[in-house]
Design a protein. Structure first.
Length: 368
């Protein structure tokens, strides 16, 4: 029986090797991107609901972009604070700002996708760049970087939405490590011709792509997924490019409590169940291989069965996974999270199991 478990353990390790080296390695070991900016007319789309304080902090960074031709479409999604008043002031002050006011609609109550649809239709330019009201670009060349990846064929650009670093916060390291793993996954699959998600904190596509799939209509009733469900439906090997130059990143403040972060992960997981079948399978199979690896390792070591072989396999697995994720973290300017890698990974896997179980018995809370 223990011998069979050992064989299964070896098989699971080989599956992990395929994922980390041959799949995730497509991004981790990718060459530095060549950036050749294009002067494409761009519309930045920002949807906000009760984001007064964030708008005050981050709008100046959006307005200061070093780009010759862009408009900023500000969508007020029926805010109850001073967000609308701020937007109205910006519209008067900046010639390139367009305001879209969304009234409460019973059919689409609290649905961000409805608000975004109105903003997209109002945008005058074909090339659309999305970020959230609580996000900001790390560089004034953000739009220049994004424009460089658009071509006649490549009409969807997936970017990296980073989280701010918080000193002396272990939770912050976990959150940023989770972001590194997630982006390594969806960037790598995109490079393999199987794009399955993007993040609305840093995303761009041509308006025609939106209308080609009837916008959000096929998943309008699903409260989340204005970014990943759209990409899951619209993105293909032919039309999708990734962008990972440091000047192209956006940042946002991370959650500061484990409870809030867990709620965020539950929302993300609830949305993923609406992905295409293959995408659900590859994500689920990777998590299964992660959990199985540690369960079998603990079980075999408990019985002290072939412990030299077991510990060697564990060491081998950590070597190739650490190298792969280390290269990714370096590209994403998140190298410090890898110092705690073994511990953080165990916590993250345990958290994902909790999320899976909780989502079976209750639904997470979505857009405000």
């Amino acid at each position: 029986m223990l011998f069979i478990l050992l064989l299964v353990f070896i098989g699971i390790t080989l599956i992990q090797l395929v994922y980390y080296v041959f799949i995730f390695g497509r991004f981790s070991f990718a060459k530095k991107q060549t950036i050749q900016p294009k002067k494409l007319p761009i519309s930045i789309i920002i949807c906000a609901k009760n984001e007064e304080e964030n708008i005050k902090k981050y709008f100046p960074l959006i307005a200061a972009q070093n780009y010759p031709d862009y408009e900023i479409v500000l969508i007020d999604d029926a805010s109850s604070d001073e967000t609308l008043e701020l937007f109205e002031a910006y519209e008067k002050e900046y010639a390139n700002v367009k305001l879209v006011k969304v009234q409460n609609n019973e059919a689409f109550w609290g649905n961000k996708k409805f608000a975004l649809t109105l903003g997209i239709k109002a945008a005058k330019n074909e090339y659309l760049v999305f970020t959230d009201a609580d996000c900001y670009p790390v560089s004034n060349d953000w739009l220049l970087q994004i424009s460089s990846q658009f071509t006649k064929e490549k009409t969807i650009v997936l970017g990296y939405g980073a989280y701010e670093k918080v000193k002396n916060s272990f939770l912050n390291k976990i959150i940023r490590f989770d972001a590194v793993v997630n982006v390594t996954q969806y960037f790598s699959w995109a490079k393999l011709g199987k794009p399955y998600m993007g993040v609305g904190r840093n995303l761009a596509y041509k308006k025609s792509e939106f209308f080609n799939v009837r916008g959000f209509m096929d998943h309008m009733k699903i409260r989340s997924g204005d970014d990943d469900l759209f990409i899951n439906q619209a993105a293909t090997a032919a039309n999708t490019e990734i962008l990972f130059s440091p000047e192209s990143f956006t940042q946002t403040a991370p959650k500061t409590t484990f409870k809030d972060w867990l709620s965020q992960k539950r929302r993300n997981a609830a949305t993923a169940k609406f992905y295409k079948g293959f995408d659900q399978f590859q994500l689920g199979f990777f998590l299964f291989s992660q959990v199985s690896f540690f369960v079998l390792a603990i079980l075999l070591l408990t019985f002290q069965y072939q412990w030299i072989i077991i510990t060697s396999i564990i060491g081998f697995r950590y070597l190739f996974s650490w190298i792969t994720l280390g290269y990714s973290a370096s590209k994403l300017k998140e190298k410090d999270v890898m110092y705690w890698y073994p511990i953080i990974e165990l916590i993250l896997i345990f958290t994902q199991v909790i999320v899976f179980i909780k989502n079976i018995f209750s639904k997470p809370v979505h857009w405000k």
